[in-house]
Design a protein around this ligand. Structure first.
Ligand SMILES: Nc1nc2c(c(=O)[nH]1)N[C@H]1C(S)=C(S)[C@@H](COP(=O)(O)O)O[C@H]1N2
Ligand SMILES: [Mo]
Length: 160
């Protein structure tokens, strides 16, 4: 199972990649975080910093936005890269095993100090679950986060 591709990174990069669970764990130890519960407040597990992933793919200087795609439920966010590059991370491991779908796997994006839902571009809604594709773009890319209270409420109801 460990040769299964969990996350692909494409778009404005010199070195697009398809990463397995083992690949994620092998990324520069300086960019790995263990037990992120204390940072996230609610999501346990181990993570790799976004900066570590971006170094791996060699982001082109033309890239302005990072597209976060959750294929499982067709949820997508596109946010400015520079604002999250040094602080965001991807939770991908729990108790030594790949993060399960019930916990938001194959990976869960997390930005510390995110805004409340719909209060800013980088809000809680941009913490994309089921993340399996990261895409660097020039300008803002596809984003289907809810834009009004009604659709946001419906989205959350659907998850209960
Ligand atoms: N794939 C996916 N990611 C998602 C969502 C979703 O519906 N699908 N909802 C978003 C919204 S609107 C919020 S506020 C947070 C909620 O995270 P939680 O389900 O852990 O509370 O996840 C975000 N990530
Ligand atoms: Mo949200």
């Amino acid at each position: 199972m460990n040769d299964q591709v969990l996350i692909k990174i494409t778009g404005e990069v010199d070195n697009p990649v398809e990463l397995t669970f083992d690949d994620l764990g092998a990324i520069d130890p300086a960019t790995q975080l263990t037990n992120v519960d204390s940072i996230t407040g609610k999501y346990p597990g181990d993570a790799v910093k976004l900066a570590g992933l971006m170094n791996l793919v060699k982001v082109k200087s033309s890239a302005t936005h990072i597209g976060l795609h959750g294929s499982a439920d067709d949820f997508h966010a596109s946010i400015p890269l520079s604002a999250v590059l040094e602080k965001a991370f991807l939770i991908y491991r729990l108790e030594g095993k790949p993060l399960e779908v019930k916990n938001g796997g194959p990976s869960r994006f997390f930005v510390p100090d995110h805004a409340e839902c719909q209060m800013d571009e980088i809000d809680e809604c941009s913490n994309v679950k089921f993340l399996d594709h990261i895409e660097l773009t020039v300008g803002k890319g596809f984003d289907n986060r809810p834009t009004d209270d009604e659709s946001h409420r419906r989205l959350h109801e659907g998850q209960e």
